[in-house]
Design a protein around this ligand. Structure first.
Ligand SMILES: NC(=O)c1ccc[n+]([C@@H]2O[C@H](COP(=O)([O-])OP(=O)(O)OC[C@H]3O[C@@H](n4cnc5c(N)ncnc54)[C@H](O)[C@@H]3O)[C@@H](O)[C@H]2O)c1
Length: 314
């Protein structure tokens, strides 16, 4: 298959991720079909797509004139058979291994023999998910980040069977939808982004638990220090610019002192036990009562849009 042969995208799972991914492809002129297990989920997906369109328009990142075709390009169904003429099928269903495996076994019976199969799993093994698929050349991880209509990164993850051709064509496809692809060469848990994110999370919790700093100061230190750099230079570019000898010497004494715990720390367990789960329960590290939850989400999206505009113009 060549990149120009890709015309129709099937998306399974009409939730947070599936709806965002549908919006991206539909806006770029692809025919999209979204499936779920119940009509009601399809209905709320339509609403989500219209919210994504509105927020992009509000920020000047999408023209009003694009809405009609974006909406028209997405069809919805609760019958998987609609995947029979799709060129790429992206699965964004519940994060459960057995359900994903069965889903793909059934889809292989319906899909075209050369259709590409991509899973949006957050971190399950790509090889394991494809276990019941006969032709695994065409099976790949395609990890969009939430919210997908805003965040540029898409990680493409090779499973044990994934062919070079499958990686190449999806690299082209991700670029065509104006996203930033990276290739994860080995099927490692957490891929790239989450491995780094959770290394930072573990150390952030460690700093709080050890009384080295408050959680507010951990967030401020990240935002105004390392985080300030990262949209512009990654951690390895940072080391090159700082001097690798200096980074070597710091690593020699500091690595030994960093957290290497293998279980989530007490400070996190305690919050969980109190049902303090963050924005969704109106209390986590911070307080989100009396509308502060909505404020936090709105502020995040507003700043993300600013960052996106900066990246587009850089
Ligand atoms: N939410 C995130 O931040 C995020 C980020 C990246 C990747 N992911 C991954 O994307 C996938 C979907 O996550 P989400 O947050 O959109 O979940 P979600 O719960 O919002 O949506 C999942 C949808 O899949 C549907 N579904 C379940 N089983 C199905 C089946 N057999 N066939 C068709 N539809 C089915 C559900 O009804 C639901 O509407 C998961 O694998 C998740 O790990 C999530």
């Amino acid at each position: 298959m060549k990149i120009d042969d890709i015309k129709k995208i099937g998306i399974a799972g009409a939730g947070t991720m599936g709806s965002g991914i549908a919006q991206i492809f539909a806006r770029k002129g692809y025919e999209v079909v979204v499936t779920d297990i119940k009509e009601e989920f399809l209905k709320s997906s339509k609403r989500l797509v219209s919210i994504f369109n509105s927020s992009l328009i509000e920020e000047g990142l999408m023209a009003e004139s694009e809405v009609e075709n974006t909406v028209k390009n997405i069809k919805y169904s609760i019958d998987k058979k609609v995947f029979s003429d799709c060129d790429v099928i992206i699965e964004a269903i519940i994060e459960k291994m057995d359900i994903k495996q069965d889903f793909w076994r059934e889809v292989e019976e319906i899909a075209k023999s050369d259709a590409i199969f991509a899973t949006n799993t957050s971190g399950l093994s790509i090889t394991e998910i494809s276990k019941k698929v006969k032709n695994r050349d065409r099976f790949i991880g395609m990890h969009f980040w939430n919210p997908p209509h805003i965040i540029p990164l898409v990680e493409l993850i090779r499973g044990e069977g994934t062919s070079g051709g499958t990686v190449d064509i999806l690299l082209k496809l991700v670029k065509k939808i104006d996203k930033e692809p990276v290739v994860v060469q080995k099927d490692a848990p957490g891929f790239i982004g989450n491995r780094i994110q959770f290394a930072v999370f573990r150390e952030a919790l460690n700093i709080v638990e050890e009384g080295i700093a408050t959680f507010e100061d951990v967030d401020r230190a990240m935002k105004y220090g390392p985080g300030f750099r990262y949209p512009i230079i990654g951690p390895l570019e940072t080391a090159d610019l700082g001097g690798l000898d200096t980074f070597y010497y710091i690593s020699s004494y500091l690595f030994n002192d960093l957290s290497d715990v293998k279980e989530p720390q007490e400070v996190l367990k305690k919050l969980m036990d109190n049902n303090e789960l963050g924005v969704k329960s109106k209390k986590g590290f911070y307080d989100y009562s009396e509308g502060k939850d909505e404020e936090a989400i709105k502020r995040r999206d507003k700043m993300f849009f600013k960052m996106l505009k900066y990246i587009h113009n850089a």
